[in-house]
Design a protein around this ligand. Structure first.
Ligand code: SAM
Ligand code: SF4
Length: 479
C-alpha cells in the first residue's frame, strides 16, 4: 500500500491497510490500545461517498476503528443528502430508528447537506444526536470528536465561507478499483432550484500540487483509475495558478501507473475546447463527458440561472463530437417540470434529446427545495404532469440508448474488471466510455482479477449494458 508504513506496534485489523496517507503522517500520536469504533451510513452523490471516505480516514487518524455494522459501533455517522424529495423527513425518520440504540451507549453524528440545512433543529427533534456538521466543517472533526468525547454537543455549521478545503491526512479507499480525488468543493452558481450552494458553501479549489500528490499516492497503492470530483470540476482554479482544469486533467493522466482518468461533473458554462483537446491527446483520459443540460429551452435555462443557452450547450456538444481521435460518450442530467415550463418548452428538451443522442440521461422531476429561489416561483407544474413528462422523456431516451448500444456490437473494447459473479460465470466491467460490459471467459483462460484490463468482443446489447466474451488474456493492472 501507499503512504507511510503503519507503526511497528500496530496490530489492528487488516482493513486499515486500505487507508492511504494523503498528507504528512501524525498517526504516531494515536493510541491503538482500545480504539473506539465507528460506522458511517452514506446517502447521495459520489461526492458524499468520497466525503465519507475522508471522514473515515480522519477518524482513523484520531485512533478510531471503522466497523461494518451499527451494532459494533460506538459512534454512528449518518452522511445525508438533501438534493431532492423529502430528504429531511427521511433523515428524521432514520434518526428515530437510531434512538433505541442510545441506551447501549452509542453516540450519533449527522453530517452532510441535511445537517447543514437543518442545523441545530436536529438536536431539538432528535436529542440523542451529539454532532451536527456540514461538509465545509469536516476539517474540524478532530476538535468536534474531543467535544463529544467530553459529553458535550458539537456543531460545525458556520464554516461555509472558508477558503479551506477538507484535506485529511488519511483517506479510507473503499472502492477496490477506483480512487476518488476532490479537486474543488462547494458551488458559487446558485442555480434557482439547487440547495448545494447553501449546504456545501462557496467554491474553493485545491492546489494542483496537492491533487497530483494524491494521484501519485493512489497510483502507488496499485489503483489504476482515478476520478476527479467536484460539483463543477471545470470551474477549477488552481490557487497557485499553475494550471487550468484541462492542464490538471492532462497531468493526472500522466501520473505513472494511472491508466484511466474520469471527472464529474462538468458545468456547460465553463466547458472549453481545451478540455476536449486534452481528452483527444492524452490516452489515459476516458472517452466520457457528463455535461448536465437540465433543459432544452433557453427561457427555462435562464429562469434556472444556468448561465448558458440551448445554442451554447449545442456548440459545446459540437466541440466534443469533433474530437479527432476519440469517440467521446455523452451523458447528461435533465429536470422536467421546472416552475413555468410550458408544453412547448418541454418539447424543446425532447428535441435536444433527439439532436444530441446521449448515451445516458439522469432525469428528475423538479423538486422544490428549501431556501432556493425556485420554491417561490409561480406556475408550479402539477405532480401528475411532471410524472407524465418524465415518462415521455424516459421512453424516448430508452430508444436512443438502445440504438447507441447496438452500435457497439461487433467491436472489441477494453474493459476494466470490477467484479465476478461465479453463479453466472460472468465478469463485470466498464469501458472507457463508462458503459457496463459484462463478459464470459473462454474455456482455458483464467478469470481476470478485479482492477485488471481485458479486451472484450461485444456480442449483444441490453437496455443499460453490453455483453460479450473476453477476446484476449487480461492485462494485469500493474503491467
Ligand atoms: N453541478 C452539477 C451541474 O450543475 O450540472 C449538478 C450537481 S447536482 C448535485 C446533480 C443533479 O441533481 C443536477 O444536475 C440536477 O439535474 C439535479 N437536481 C438538483 N436540484 C434539483 C431539484 N431541486 N429538483 C430536481 N433535480 C435536481
Ligand atoms: Fe447545484 Fe447549479 Fe451548483 Fe450544479 S451548478 S451544484 S446544479 S447550484
Amino acid at each position: 500500500m501507499a503512504g507511510s508504513p503503519l507503526p511497528q506496534s500496530f496490530s489492528g485489523p487488516s482493513w486499515l491497510a486500505q487507508v492511504c496517507r494523503t498528507g504528512p503522517a501524525r498517526i504516531c500520536a494515536v493510541s491503538f490500545e482500545q480504539p473506539k469504533t465507528f460506522f458511517i451510513e452514506t446517502f447521495g452523490c459520489q461526492m458524499n461517498f468520497h466525503d465519507s471516505e475522508k471522514v473515515a480516514g480522519s477518524l482513523v487518524s484520531q485512533g478510531y476503528r471503522q466497523v461494518q455494522s451499527i451494532e459494533d459501533a460506538d459512534l454512528i455517522f449518518y452522511n445525508t443528502c438533501s438534493i431532492r424529495d423529502k430528504a429531511e423527513q427521511k433523515v428524521f425518520h432514520r434518526l428515530a430508528e437510531f434512538k433505541r440504540l442510545q441506551k447501549l451507549g452509542k453516540k450519533f453524528a449527522v453530517i452532510g447537506c441535511v445537517a447543514q440545512q437543518e442545523g441545530e433543529r436536529i438536536f431539538e427533534r432528535a436529542p440523542h444526536v451529539s454532532l451536527v456538521a456540514g461538509s465545509a466543517s469536516y476539517r474540524n472533526l478532530p476538535e468536534m470528536l474531543v467535544q463529544i468525547g467530553r459529553g458535550e454537543r458539537a456543531t460545525g455549521l458556520d464554516d461555509r465561507n472558508t477558503d479551506e478545503t477538507f484535506e485529511t491526512e488519511f483517506t479510507a479507499r473503499t472502492n477496490p478499483h477506483r480512487g476518488y480525488i476532490t479537486i474543488i468543493e462547494g458551488c458559487d452558481k446558485f442555480c434557482a432550484y439547487c440547495v448545494v450552494p447553501y449546504t456545501r458553501g462557496r467554491e474553493r479549489s485545491r492546489t494542483s500540487s496537492s491533487v497530483l500528490e494524491e494521484a501519485r499516492r493512489i497510483a502507488d497503492s496499485g489503483l489504476t483509475e482515478i476520478q476527479l470530483l467536484g460539483q463543477n470540476v471545470n470551474s477549477y482554479r488552481d490557487p497557485l495558478a499553475k494550471c487550468t482544469f484541462a492542464g490538471l486533467l492532462a497531468e493526472v493522466g500522466q501520473v505513472p501507473g494511472i491508466r484511466r482518468v474520469r471527472f464529474m461533473t462538468s458545468h456547460p458554462r465553463h466547458f472549453t475546447r481545451e478540455i476536449v483537446e486534452a481528452i483527444d491527446s492524452v490516452p489515459m483520459l476516458c472517452d466520457h463527458v457528463h455535461l448536465p443540460v437540465q433543459s432544452g429551452s433557453s427561457r427555462v435555462l435562464s429562469a434556472m440561472a444556468r448561465e448558458y443557452t440551448r445554442e451554447q450547450y449545442l456548440e459545446r456538444i459540437a466541440w466534443i463530437r469533433a474530437a479527432k481521435h476519440r469517440s467521446i460518450s455523452l451523458t447528461t442530467d435533465i429536470i422536467v417540470g421546472f416552475p413555468g415550463e410550458t408544453a412547448d418548452e418541454f418539447e424543446q428538451t425532447m428535441t435536444l434529446l433527439e439532436e444530441v443522442q446521449f448515451d445516458a440521461v439522469f432525469s428528475f422531476k423538479y423538486s422544490p427545495r428549501p431556501n432556493t429561489p425556485a420554491i417561490a416561483m409561480e406556475n408550479a407544474i402539477p405532480e401528475e404532469e411532471k410524472v407524465r413528462r418524465l415518462a415521455v422523456l424516459n421512453d424516448c431516451q430508452r430508444e436512443i440508448q438502445r440504438a447507441n448500444y447496438m452500435r457497439h456490437v461487433g467491436q472489441v473494447l477494453e474493459v476494466m474488471v470490477e467484479g465476478y459473479q461465479p453463479a453466472r460465470n460472468q465478469v463485470t466491467g466498464r469501458t472507457s466510455q463508462n458503459t457496463t460490459l459484462n463478459f464470459t471467459v473462454p474455456e482455458g483462460l483464467a478469470v481476470p482479477k478485479v482492477g485488471s484490463y481485458a479486451q472484450v468482443s461485444v456480442l449483444r446489447s441490453h437496455p443499460n449494458s453490453l455483453a460479450g466474451e473476453m477476446a484476449a488474456p487480461p492485462v494485469c493492472c500493474t503491467a
